[in-house]
Design a protein around this ligand. Structure first.
Ligand code: SF4
Length: 309
């Protein structure tokens, strides 16, 4: 297992479209090197590259392909020669790869590709310009086979990795309760309804089939984490956390916190500012329940890699 050079902890394994790492595997012999991925993310993740088009034997260079709606069915065909149809090969390869991703916690897909694109890939009619869009067929196959596997979102990769680690340890009901307790605010920032539903599920731990409960919990958790965490939802969570401090900090500190949360809500400052201020107050006024939350104490890398919300 690869270790992170800086911390010596095992690296989280993430699959990725090869061309994003700079591998010259595109149809024209080029790549789509992404400096953020190879410069920043690669310090925290072990990248496992896949190029489905090369893997199914299309070679480099190769004729370009695109999605086409053929009689109501989306196929992947040659741009210049629609008789070239590689749909079945890409789907079969996607199924093979899906079987090899058990220890992988996420997938970074190249945008816009008829093979690797996750969404909004142009679908051409048999004649004329595209009017529709969808997922590349290799990516779609993987997403259907592994519906919980996070694609392209850092926070979900970390949550899913922690979930995988929990499941590998043959968890007892108390472990599920701990996991849930530690992720409550993270879930709340994404989906309030799911947050309540997950709470109800966890309350059932200890009675009934735990394996089945874990499956239901995982499906609901990862669907909730897929929802966009808005500034409004984050602001609610931050205000909620502030509630735990209200009797312990003075009116000046309270006013400052409210002001910082409001500035964040209005988009004037990034999330890290109110989070850091809350952590500062929590250090001086310990509240064990809050301190266990990954929301305030994410994996250091997770914090650095959080999006700008
Ligand atoms: S098939 Fe995927 S990995 Fe290969 S070049 Fe296209 S986008 Fe990149």
């Amino acid at each position: 297992m690869t270790e992170l050079p800086e911390t010596g902890t095992p690296a989280i394994r993430v699959a990725i479209s090869s061309c994003l790492l700079g591998e010259e595997v595109r149809y024209d012999g080029g790549h789509k090197h992404n400096g953020y991925i190879t410069g920043t993310l690669a310090r925290y993740f072990e990248m496992i590259p896949f190029c489905p088009e090369v893997a199914i034997g299309l070679g480099v260079p190769r004729p370009p392909i695109r999605l086409m709606n053929k009689g109501g069915e989306v196929r992947v065909v040659g741009v210049d020669d629609p008789a070239l149809d590689v749909t079945d090969g890409l789907v079969a390869y996607g199924q093979t790869v899906a079987g090899r991703l058990n220890d992988v916690s996420g997938y970074i897909f190249k945008r816009g590709s008829p093979s690797c694109g996750m969404e909004r890939v142009r679908i051409y009619p048999e004649k004329g310009m595209p009017v529709d869009s969808g997922a590349g067929l290799y990516a779609q196959t993987l997403m259907r086979a592994l519906p919980l596997l996070p694609e392209n979102f850092i926070e979900r990769v970390f949550v899913y990795h922690r979930w995988q680690s929990l499941c590998q340890s043959e968890p007892a009901p108390a472990d599920l309760i701990d996991f849930h307790t530690e992720h409550k605010f993270s879930i709340l920032a994404h989906d309030e309804t799911a947050y309540r539903e997950l709470g109800r599920l966890v309350a059932e731990a200890g009675s009934g089939d735990l394996r089945q409960l874990l499956e239901r919990y995982a499906a609901l958790l990862m669907t909730a984490m897929k929802k966009r965490a808005t500034r409004k939802l984050h602001s609610n969570v931050l205000t909620h956390i502030m509630g735990f401090l209200k009797d312990r900090i003075d009116s000046g500190d309270k006013a400052e916190l409210l002001d910082v949360i409001e500035k964040y809500r209005q988009g004037q400052i990034p999330l890290i500012v109110p989070v850091t201020l809350l952590r500062h107050h929590l250090r001086r006024n310990p509240a064990p329940y809050i301190e266990r939350q990954y929301y305030l104490n994410p994996h250091p890398e997770e914090l650095m890699l959080r999006n700008s919300l």
